[in-house]
Design a protein around this ligand. Sequence first.
Ligand SMILES: Nc1ncnc2c1ncn2[C@@H]1O[C@H](COP(=O)(O)OP(=O)(O)OP(=O)(O)O)[C@@H](O)[C@H]1O
Ligand SMILES: [Mg+2]
Length: 312
Amino acid sequence: MPAISFQQVSKTYASPRGAKNPPLTALDSVSFDIAQGEFFGLLGPNGAGKTTLISILAGLNRATGGKVLVHGHDVVGDYANARRQLGVVPQELVFDPFFNVREALRIQSGYFGVKNNDAWIDELLESLGLTDKANANMRQLSGGMKRRVLVAQALVHKPPVIVLDEPTAGVDVELRQTLWQFIAKLNKQGHTVLLTTHYLEEAEALCSRIAMLKQGRVVALDRTSELLKNASSNVLRFKVDSELPSALAQQARITGRIVQFPAHNAAEIERYLAAVREAGLTAEDVEIRKADLEDVFLDVMTNGYVANGVAV
Ligand SMILES: Nc1ncnc2c1ncn2[C@@H]1O[C@H](COP(=O)(O)OP(=O)(O)OP(=O)(O)O)[C@@H](O)[C@H]1O
Ligand SMILES: [Mg+2]
């Protein structure tokens, strides 16, 4: 039995009353399964539908069509059992300002009917670097610390399926590392993890399989290693001292002075460098590297994905 089964999930948001826009299709027949014990990544640009899909999974939002099962339990028809299997870290910082950190975690335990949970709560506080904030009121925490509490809250009932919607947004480098160590440990112990993130390095390092959403549709779904293997193999990277002509810039990934082109072969590399020279620019610090997940992501978003000769 899969940990999570999305079956032709669709979601249409009606436009606000009086507005002339047509209804918005946030999800268009999304279907895939996540096996128990997988570390699965759900990627996509802003507005692709990731949070909508997770909200439907968590029972916070209703699908317009299709269904979602968690360990076989329908998230609508058998909500209580489905929800019990899930620990969800929401993208939005939502918290009750009247409680301190430990109280918030005890209340969450009570909500799931877990008694005498203090040993696990202490472990969570320790693992998430919150021990010295245990008695602090939620209002007194910084944004990154509030996010840590949301992670702790999601894990308080030791759910078999952990869902993290951008858990590292606004979180400092040190906690990102401790958080990932902790989540990876839970995954090794058998917990299924579903993660969305815009940090593609994290997804590449952690996820064994990845789905990419674009405008509510799955446009790629494969093992991370396959996604990287099917990518345009190499990337030509160099620095320029002024702006590229727009025809060239459109094909590149540009970060400040750094320009990167997908390069399939030597002829292509030569062609790009010649075009730069013809534009009167000088390419400095030229290097060629293997494509990473960010290159794959940009390529899939522009050109779609073809695996084993089959377009997804
Ligand atoms: N309550 C709502 N009412 C109307 N439209 C909505 C609502 N929630 C989301 N949308 C729209 O649905 C689409 C998908 O939004 P969603 O939040 O699922 O994207 P996302 O992939 O999580 O993006 P991000 O990376 O920015 O978090 C967007 O176009 C968004 O504007
Ligand atoms: Mg989102």
